[in-house]
Design a protein around this ligand. Sequence first.
Ligand code: ADP
Ligand code: ADP
Length: 229
Amino acid sequence: QGAISFKDVHFAYDPARPILKGISFDVPAGKTVAIVGPSGAGKSTMSRLLYRFYDIQSGSITVDGQDVRGVTQKSLRTAIGMVPQDTVLFNDTVAYNIRYGRPSATEAEVKTAAEVAQIAHFIDLLPEGFDTMVGERGLKLSGGEKQRVAIARTILKAPPILILDEATSALDTTTEREIQTALDVVSKNRTTLVIAHRLSTVISADEIIVLKSGEIAERGTHAELLLKN
Ligand code: ADP
Ligand code: ADP
């Protein structure tokens, strides 16, 4: 479920400055494709197009064979889950922040998601350290813990499509490895688009696409790309 297809996608925020210049690739249902490239290459733009924050100028983007131009932003937001680089949390309990993924979830479901993400021990606490209204102390979450909240939220939401947008790039190496392990669990058998800076963080992707100045410079598995470089 959730197969994504980009076909000859052209996009510019400003007509005088093309950002994506004929991008074609597929993410088969349940597979993981990584988009790697330098800052400014157009990687995050691709995720915004998938959400239809902007519409493309030519070509097509389809999800399960359906052109996204025929799908509302609201249903795309339901179908697509995102773990961003820096997760911004609400000044409410960790449980509340997890439930944001699916407001109708039961307490038990929230707890299970928290357990999988290994944050069950602090779901009743506040993430930002101090609640001035209640005068109650909470905890100050580290970057890795915030990403775990985002992961628990995604587990609860269980979207057919997952976007990981530099989800580990703000973390130190040890934390990055731990969070990567948790992300691998969430993305397994789920259609996943990974956006990353470095090839070394996307070793297990089914295909890696190297984007440079809005064009596909290279593509292949991690092993294939290593041989070429
Ligand atoms: P990446 O994710 O690869 O770093 P982006 O997709 O964020 O690249 O950006 C690609 C290019 O588009 C950059 O030159 C950036 O400055 C430009 N850009 C991004 N967002 C906007 C916007 N909302 N309006 C105009 N230009 C934008
Ligand atoms: P809103 O509060 O405007 O309804 P949400 O915070 O619910 O938006 O976001 C819905 C989805 O869109 C989330 O998965 C979120 O990560 C994603 N999203 C929000 N802003 C952006 C952005 N600038 N680029 C890409 N995805 C985004």
